[in-house]
Design a protein around this ligand. Structure first.
Ligand SMILES: Nc1ncnc2c1ncn2[C@@H]1O[C@H](COP(=O)(O)OP(=O)(O)OP(=O)(O)O)[C@@H](O)[C@H]1O
Ligand SMILES: [Mg+2]
Length: 238
């Protein structure tokens, strides 16, 4: 049996006395979309930050395709094929769109011309090509989210983590982003999708992980999650 694309076991992350992740366990197969839901402060972003190496977990293990990567530095995790976007997009504001896209692939042993062509093709795909020489700071918030997604895709990551891609984004752009996520799974990438937009989560996800106060309160198919009393209580209060 092949190892899951991502396998997280008993992950713990504390900030002083606060337990942000309290023994989180889940796995996702290649090509799967795992939706991650939970109220504000549930631990969703902390989970992503642990997986991508920004935070070192206090306990537990993270495996990618069977390889233990717990405690690895962010650039090593990225090199291992994990990409992510941020809840508030982190673009290089005073760099052009093209240069933003070249940053994660500069070390690739490919001629500059080929990299620039790949960056232009990605901007074309993201409908940002006409702005390729503009500074990233000139983009709208939604366009910055697209740019960040484009930059993440440049090194062709196998595991993609998206933190609130739809937050503050116009419905037309949301639909476009949903199509982009569908294209990622068509390309057999594994997608971890954090969102408060349950309609999009339910539409896109093969499975959903519900977190509350750093714990997994439900992990299952969309239908099971929708009717799960613990999930309903976490969202609506008792
Ligand atoms: N760097 C940090 N230092 C201290 N506490 C932190 C830090 N990062 C997160 N926390 C705390 O950990 C808990 C989980 O935060 P996290 O950002 O993971 O929640 P979230 O589920 O992503 O919430 P939201 O939906 O609001 O984005 C919160 O109580 C938060 O205040
Ligand atoms: Mg968050």
């Amino acid at each position: 049996m092949t190892a899951p694309a991502i396998d997280v076991q008993e992950l713990v992350k504390r900030f002083g006395g606060l337990v942000a992740l309290d023994g989180v366990t889940f796995a996702a197969a290649q090509g799967e979309v795992l939706g991650i839901i939970g109220v504000n402060g549930a631990g969703k972003t902390t989970l992503m930050n642990c997986i991508c190496g920004i935070y070192r977990p206090d306990a537990g293990a993270i495996r990618l395709g069977g390889q233990d990567v717990t405690g690895w530095a962010p650039h090593d995790i990225a090199h291992r094929g994990v990409g992510r976007t941020f809840q508030v997009p982190r673009v290089f504001r005073r760099m052009s769109l093209i240069d933003n896209l070249l940053v994660p692939v500069l070390q690739h042993k490919v001629p500059d011309r080929a990299l620039i062509e790949a960056a232009e093709a990605m901007l074309e795909r993201m409908r940002l090509i006409d702005l390729r020489h503009n500074f990233a700071e000139e983009l709208s918030g939604g366009q910055q989210k697209l740019l960040e997604m484009a930059r993440m895709l440049m090194p062709d990551p196998q595991v993609v983590m998206l933190d609130e891609p739809f937050a503050g984004v116009h419905p037309t752009l949301c639909r476009f982003m949903i199509e982009q996520i569908e294209a990622m799974t068509a390309a057999h990438k594994t997608v971890l999708l954090i969102s408060h937009d349950l309609t999009s989560i339910y539409r896109l996800s093969n499975r959903v992980l519900a977190l509350n106060q750093g714990r997994v309160i439900a992990d299952g198919g969309v239908d099971a999650i929708r009717g799960n009393p613990d999930v309903i209580e976490a969202y609506l209060g008792s």
